[in-house]
Design a protein. Structure first.
Length: 153
C-alpha cells in the first residue's frame, strides 16, 4: 500500500512543480505585443486617412474591423495562440484578443459541422457579450425610436 505524503512533502512537491513567473518580464512582453498591435492599428489608421481620405469616425470603425479580421486570420493559421502565450495580456486585452476568443472554438470544432460545431461553439466564450450587446442595442434603439415618434427627442 502506498503511504500518503506528509504536509511538508506535499508542499515541497507543489513548490517543485509550480511554474516560476517573472512579473517584470511578463509586463515587458505584454507591453511589447500590445504596443505592436496598437502600432499596426495606427499605421492602418494613417493609411486610411491619408491615402483613402476617410474621416476620423469612419477610420476608427475600419481599423477595428481590419484588426479583427487580421486576428481571425492569424487564429486560423494557428499564429495568434503562440503570440498570446508570449505576450499575455498584451495580446488578449485588445479587440484582437476578443476576436481570437470567438474564432478559436469555431475553428477547433468545425469538424463537428456547421450547426453543432461552429454554430454552438461560437457562443462558448463571447456569446454572453454578443447576446447582451445586441439585445441592449435593440432595446435602446426601440426606446429611441419611440421617443422620436412621440417627438420627445
Amino acid at each position: 500500500m502506498k503511504k500518503e505524503p506528509s504536509n511538508e512533502e506535499y508542499n515541497a512537491y507543489v513548490k517543485q512543480v509550480t511554474p516560476k513567473h517573472n512579473c517584470v518580464l511578463n509586463c515587458l512582453r505584454a507591453f511589447l505585443i500590445g504596443g505592436i498591435i496598437c502600432t499596426v492599428g495606427e499605421v492602418i489608421s494613417q493609411v486610411l486617412q491619408n491615402q483613402w481620405g476617410l474621416n476620423m469616425d469612419d477610420t476608427g470603425s475600419y481599423v477595428s474591423m481590419i484588426l479583427v479580421a487580421l486576428s481571425v486570420i492569424l487564429t486560423g493559421f494557428n499564429l495568434y495562440g503562440p503570440l498570446a502565450k508570449f505576450g499575455g495580456a498584451g495580446a488578449l486585452v485588445p479587440i484582437t484578443g476578443f476576436a481570437n476568443s470567438v474564432a478559436s472554438p469555431c475553428i477547433e470544432y468545425q469538424k463537428e459541422g456547421q450547426v453543432f460545431g461552429i454554430g454552438v461553439k461560437v457562443f462558448t466564450i463571447a456569446g454572453p457579450v454578443i447576446l447582451y450587446g445586441i439585445f441592449t442595442s435593440f432595446v435602446l434603439g426601440l426606446i429611441y425610436w419611440i421617443l422620436k415618434a412621440l417627438e420627445i427627442l
